[in-house]
Design a binder for this molecule. Structure first.
Ligand SMILES: *[C@@H]1O[C@H](CO)[C@@H](O)[C@H](O)[C@H]1NC(C)=O
Ligand SMILES: *[C@@H]1O[C@H](CO)[C@@H](O)[C@H](O)[C@H]1NC(C)=O
Length: 152
């Protein structure tokens, strides 16, 4: 009986150690190993062990005022505002893997898409676009982004 308890304790300790420490194989892997169609973004010499940045939902304001000019101007401003946030975090649109676009009116989709397509680098991030009931401040668009932070 004593021997059995001792063997059991040894097994539990061994199991605890195994759970507490990642195996060397896992530890050597980069934080992001697979990004679906976004693979090329991370295979161009960029290494992403530093992490990921999630932006807040970003609106098309400049100095606290909604930018004039409809959905095209608002889309461009949101993209610029997110660029500033990404730059502060040590990354850029080049490393954005996913965006979510909230539109006040889905009829604005085509116009938004034209500006978005022209301003964002290729390959484009994975994207979700939805129409929402209402955006704060009566904006036509709000966008959030998830980006990798490169080591370079
Ligand atoms: C925003 O504020 C800054 C600092 O006051 C100013 O330099 C800039 O021209 C303003 N931008 C706009 C579009 O009003
Ligand atoms: C959405 O935009 C279309 C086209 O401009 C317009 O006819 C429609 O009234 C708008 N919907 C809302 C809820 O504003």
């Amino acid at each position: 009986m004593v021997q059995f308890v001792s063997v059991l304790t040894t097994l539990l300790v061994a199991a605890g150690v195994a759970l507490a420490k990642p195996t060397p194989k896992l530890a050597e892997q980069p934080v992001v190993t697979y990004l679906g169609t976004q693979g090329p973004i991370l295979s161009g010499g960029a290494w992403t062990s530093k992490g990921i940045v999630y932006t807040s939902g970003t609106v098309p304001s400049v100095n606290g005022t909604i930018v004039a000019g409809g959905i095209e101007a608002q889309t461009a401003q949101v993209i610029k505002n997110i660029a500033a946030t990404l730059e502060e975090a040590g990354t850029s649109w080049d490393y954005v893997m996913k965006t979510t676009v909230f539109l006040a009116n889905m009829s604005d989709y085509a116009a938004m898409n034209e500006v978005y397509g022209a301003m964002l680098p290729t390959p484009k991030p994975a994207r979700t676009a939805v129409e929402v009931g209402k955006l704060p401040g009566d904006f036509l668009i709000e966008v959030e982004a998830i980006a990798a932070i490169p080591d370079i």
